[in-house]
Design a protein around this ligand. Structure first.
Ligand code: FES
Length: 158
């Protein structure tokens, strides 16, 4: 039996580009690591980074956030908002002691099925090198103190 660590990855993707790109990966029969579970959002601009913390608090070893390329966002500028939010979120993760290499931010269009496979495969390889994420209490304790922020954001997105 192979005892190699199999990372658990969660991917938050936008509906219009990366989700369609991931679908193309499948219909093109391009093989890629099965370690990732995809959560589809209308746009990366709607992805609350508290959800990324929640993923870590619930056992994810790594997270991918991916959407349309700059200037291709279906809602014009959602991906720019996401990128700006990500720059701030990186500092928060750093402050909390969570290794930012566990999160991958990428642009994958609906025509880039091969790129999606590459993003997943390379992220799985990188997380495999880092090993399992065992500090989930850090993410959980931050969430416990800010649950209302997450709930409020969730109400807005419904
Ligand atoms: Fe894809 Fe906005 S619709 S990032």
């Amino acid at each position: 039996m192979d005892n190699e660590f199999e990372p658990k990855l969660l991917a938050f993707v936008c509906n219009w580009c990366t989700y369609a790109g991931a679908d193309l990966t499948g219909t093109s029969r391009i093989k890629y690591a099965s370690n990732v579970k995809i959560v589809r959002f209308p746009c990366t601009g709607r992805i609350d980074f508290m959800l990324v913390l929640k993923a870590f608090a619930n056992g994810a070893d790594g997270v991918i956030v991916s959407g349309c390329h700059p200037n291709d966002c279906h809602y014009t500028s959602g991906n720019f908002h996401a990128r700006r939010r990500w720059m701030l979120f990186r500092e928060l993760l750093d402050f909390m002691g969570i290794d930012v290499r566990r999160i991958r931010f990428s642009w994958v269009s609906a025509a880039e099925g091969a790129k999606w496979a590459d993003v997943v495969n390379s992220t799985v390889a990188a997380i495999r090198e880092l090993g399992p994420y065992t500090d989930y209490q850090k993410a959980a304790s931050y969430l416990a103190g800010n649950e209302d922020v997450l709930l409020n954001e969730k109400e807005v997105t419904l």
